[in-house]
Design a protein around this ligand. Structure first.
Ligand SMILES: Cc1cc2nc3c(=O)[nH]c(=O)nc-3n(C[C@H](O)[C@H](O)[C@H](O)COP(=O)(O)OP(=O)(O)OC[C@H]3O[C@@H](n4cnc5c(N)ncnc54)[C@H](O)[C@@H]3O)c2cc1C
Length: 393
């Protein structure tokens, strides 16, 4: 088994690390202090994304993207995950279901989103519909040639900077007809309800939007009536792997910072790294990162280059998200402990990582929902996906 990165993969990861160090990390203090970036900083960062060719890494070149496979995307997102303030969200990655649109939809939504002229936000969650999207009440009903949509969506990440929504609805209020629409934000009837504050500092917001008798043409329907879950599944799989990548980047940064600090910080006449309780925390952090990262790399490699089928990828992506996000939570908690009082100060990255990593156990399916997916796989097909090895079956 040759598990070494190829030259082009290594060069890509190096480029992503340099982008993180030169473009994203210098914006961290501004983002934390001002709870976001100024329009000028946004504009500069946006231009940098284009200059470095990190826009739409997840889409085909024919659609204006960089055409990276899932393994390459993971290498890039792992590096971006080092940055606090969710600055990794500056390089936009238009949601993957847009690639399933008609040629006209690609021209109107996907290609401008890939180039940065437009930006999407994916709106599924509602006040009464979170882990169980069958509870979605946002309804679309036919009216002549058009559709009329009514409902309210919560936690719409990047909704403040988006100019169109990928909106998960149910046709005629019927849960067996989940259907996705592309809705321009300036369509009459789209209303910002409010912009709640969250635990983390995030470069963009997660507003609540109401959709009140919003009228769109049939050309705004993405996929068929009833296909809404299939489209969200594509999105979940990709996002769960990328959460795995970013949480590993965050955990690795926490370990790097902790190691430097533990060697420099002296108490009782010695560097704290010489205390076994500190050294053992560092050892646990390192070993846990190694284990989770090995899983992440294996599954992304299989997904991109190993011919993994869609069902199996869905099952494996849940394990990646569960293990990586929970590992990063434990690792960063220890980093805060090693930093002592400084670990509780917002001006230190480990404090920000601690607040920011928490949501990775909640969004794109909570840890409990990942366990539900894994449990279903065990019941239906047995443990092979998790306990076997590619090629050994
Ligand atoms: C910062 C942030 C950004 C977000 N961005 C977006 C976005 O851009 N678009 C979007 O559509 N959504 C977004 N979300 C929503 C997110 O995906 C949901 O919050 C998440 O799926 C959980 O849903 P919920 O909050 O309604 O919790 P609930 O589903 O009400 O869950 C509450 C608790 O019950 C547990 N639970 C629920 N069902 C089960 C079960 N079957 N078995 C065991 N335990 C269970 C959960 O694990 C959790 O612990 C975002 C959320 C946050 C916090």
């Amino acid at each position: 088994m040759d598990m070494r990165l190829t030259g082009p993969d290594r060069d890509l990861a190096t480029k992503a690390r340099e982008f993180t160090e030169q473009i994203l990390i210098p914006l961290e203090d501004e983002c934390e202090t001002n709870d976001g970036l100024t329009p000028e900083s946004h504009a500069t960062a946006k231009q940098a994304v284009l200059n470095w060719e990190f826009n739409a890494i997840n889409h085909a070149q024919g659609n204006g993207g960089q055409g990276l496979d899932l393994f390459q995307q993971m290498l890039v997102e792992e590096q971006w995950g080092h940055a606090t303030g969710a600055l990794w969200d500056i390089p936009w990655r238009p949601s993957i279901p847009l690639a399933r649109g008609t040629e006209e939809q690609k021209e109107r939504f996907l290609r401008p989103a890939a180039s940065g002229e437009r930006r999407d936000a994916y709106a599924i969650t509602e006040e009464g519909a979170g882990s169980d999207p069958r509870m979605v009440r946002t309804s679309a009903r036919r009216d002549g040639q058009d559709w009329v949509i009514d409902g309210e969506k919560w936690h719409v990440t990047s909704g403040d900077v988006a100019d169109f929504f990928i909106l998960h609805t149910v046709v005629d209020g019927d849960p067996s007809k989940p259907t996705t629409f592309l809705v321009d934000k300036d369509t009459p009837g789209v209303r910002l309800v409010r912009t709640p504050k969250y635990m983390h500092t995030f470069v963009f917001e997660h507003p609540i939007y109401a959709f009140e008798s919003v009228r769109v043409g049939d050309d705004c329907r993405l996929g068929e009536v009833g296909e809404g879950y299939e489209l969200t599944k594509d999105w979940f799989v990709e996002e769960r792997l990328m959460i795995g990548a970013r949480t590993m980047g965050a955990a690795a940064r926490a370990l790097d910072l902790s190691l430097v600090f533990a060697k420099e910080r002296e108490q009782f006449g010695a560097a704290i790294v010489t205390f076994q309780s500190i050294e053992f925390m560092l050892a646990d952090m390192a070993a846990e990162i190694m284990a989770a990262k090995s899983l992440l790399y294996r599954v992304c490699w299989e997904a991109a280059r190993g011919g993994l089928d869609r069902k199996r990828l869905h099952a494996e992506a849940s394990a990646v998200k569960l293990v990586c996000s929970e590992t990063a939570g434990r690792v960063i908690d220890k980093a805060v402990q090693i930093f002592g009082g400084r670990g509780y100060m917002r001006e230190f990255p480990v404090e920000r990582l601690y607040r920011e990593i928490r949501v990775d156990r909640i969004w794109e399916g909570t840890s409990e929902i990942q366990r539900v997916v894994i449990g279903n796989e065990l019941r239906k097909r047995g443990p092979g996906v998790y306990t076997g090895w590619p090629g050994a079956e």
